[in-house]
Design a protein around this ligand. Structure first.
Ligand code: SF4
Length: 191
């Protein structure tokens, strides 16, 4: 009998918990591998754990997470319907930006998680997640656009949006996020 998605993701979480490939594990309290439905059709990908995520070992549990919950609710989705992960699995000190070397050594975990889940829809939150898939893309130019992709053998629909933390800081980015979630909701309704 082959392993279930849940078992495979737990195995990856174990590898993440013992990873020392970059220095971030030294200053973090907990690893934050990702959380949600192992059979999800939709995966959200953020940047890196922040203070509360590091404290609880769960993604998007601080203020950005509360906004993400509201945006999900606006299109009739709950956390249990989706899987949420980040580019980095340990918190950068003081929430600084991920460094290229950290992204390079950490993203094989994200890639492995995506290869387990094989989502039909990938929604990136913020520029670091967007640039993992499309290194040259500018989020201000492509946000809210729906694109069919085949990535690592996975046929998926790709929709980049701003990171919720940008929506908390800036009213016009919040409006963009709300409108992009309406786009996501309409797209999902057609499926
Ligand atoms: S951030 Fe990623 S690469 Fe760095 S120690 Fe954590 S799991 Fe390993």
């Amino acid at each position: 009998m082959s392993a279930t998605n849940s078992q495979k993701l737990k195995y990856l979480s174990g590898l993440i918990a013992s990873c020392q490939k970059c220095p971030l594990y030294q200053t973090a309290t907990n690893p934050v591998p990702g959380d949600g439905n192992p059979e999800a059709k939709i995966v959200f990908i953020g940047e890196a754990p922040g203070f509360y995520e590091d404290e609880q070992g769960l993604p998007f549990v601080g203020n950005s997470g509360k906004l993400l919950d509201k945006l999900l609710a606006s299109i009739n989705l709950k956390r249990q319907d989706v899987f949420i992960a980040n580019i980095l699995k340990h918190r950068p000190p003081d929430n600084r930006n991920p460094e290229p070397a950290e992204i390079k050594v950490c993203t094989p975990f994200l890639k492995a998680q995506l290869q387990v889940i094989r989502p039909r829809v990938i929604i990136t939150l913020g520029r670091f997640a967007l640039n993992y898939f499309f290194p040259e893309a500018l989020i201000s130019q492509v946000r809210g656009q729906i694109k069919k992709i085949t990535w690592q053998g996975i046929d998926s629909t790709f929709i980049p949006v701003y990171h919720p933390s940008a929506g908390l800081r800036n009213g016009s980015m919040l409006k963009s996020l709300q409108s992009d979630f309406i786009t996501i909701g309409k797209f999902l309704d057609q499926k």
